[in-house]
Design a binder for this molecule. Structure first.
Ligand code: ZN
Ligand code: ZN
Length: 244
């Protein structure tokens, strides 16, 4: 399976990541990506970006270095009801791609029931597009309850390459989630979660997992230019490739 866009990446605006916007875009080009989403951490994270960072992403040229650049954010799920970072709604709603993830500096791991209630809140948020690294072992939730509701709430599920590398115990949760995505025909996105330019476009673990789960290519929104374009047209009315 070919992946044509990396939709989860961090620049050094999040200070635990190390490459500039230009370096990330260039790396995407080198990796053969047609598009990249910049998804720095929301302001609730200690080293997250200020809300003005997100407000001002409109100055990004749509195409940089031959790569389509998507204005995004990885927001932090907050306890107890799954609200996310407090950024002004007028900025938040303009974001083109919004990942919601549990991060333990922000949400102290609790019970499966508590995490599930928070995820229900995520499903209700119309701006969020994607459930980020949902297989994180410390944040188990009722996978079937949430995944089976993704289509009605318009959410997609991320298969996060970095998670499989760095979060011990993620593999089996991620596989269970991927199998549920197949069962309920929930679209998935394969992403690197790169924190340095050298990780952009690296998807080996995520691809292997998707294959093991038997997810068909048609369910992977970034497996072709046409699917990627159709996804952003549907969720945001955005034409990523107007000259195509
Ligand atoms: Zn994250
Ligand atoms: Zn991330």
């Amino acid at each position: 399976m070919q992946i044509v866009a990396d939709l989860h990446t961090h620049t050094n605006v999040s200070t635990h990541a190390y490459s500039s916007l230009a370096e990330m875009v260039h790396a995407a080009k080198q990796a053969g990506m047609l598009a990249i989403a910049l998804t720095d951490h929301g302001p609730a994270m200690e080293d997250g970006a200020h809300q003005w960072h997100f407000a001002n992403q409109s100055i990004f040229p749509r195409v940089m270095d031959g790569v389509v650049v998507i204005r995004g954010m990885e927001c932090n799920i907050l306890p107890p009801m799954g609200a996310v970072d407090p950024i002004e709604y007028k900025y938040y709603k303009e974001l083109e791609y919004v990942i919601a993830s549990f991060h333990d500096p922000i949400y102290k791991p609790a019970t499966v029931e508590a995490h599930t209630i928070a995820m229900e809140g995520v499903l209700r948020d119309p701006v969020i597009t994607t459930l980020g690294h949902p297989g994180t072992p410390a944040f188990k939730f009722d996978y079937e309850h949430i995944i089976s509701r993704c289509n009605e709430s318009g959410k997609i599920v991320e298969i996060n390459n970095n998670s499989i590398n760095v979060r011990r115990g993620c593999q089996e949760n991620c596989l269970e989630i991927a199998r549920l995505c197949k069962k309920y025909e929930v679209p998935v996105v394969i992403s690197s979660d790169a924190h340095i330019a050298y990780q952009v476009g690296k998807f080996d673990n995520a691809l292997a997992l998707v294959e093991e789960a038997g997810i068909p290519e048609e369910l992977v929104i970034n497996s072709s230019k046409e699917r990627l374009a159709a996804y952003f047209r549907t969720i945001r009315g955005l034409d990523l490739f107007p000259d195509a």
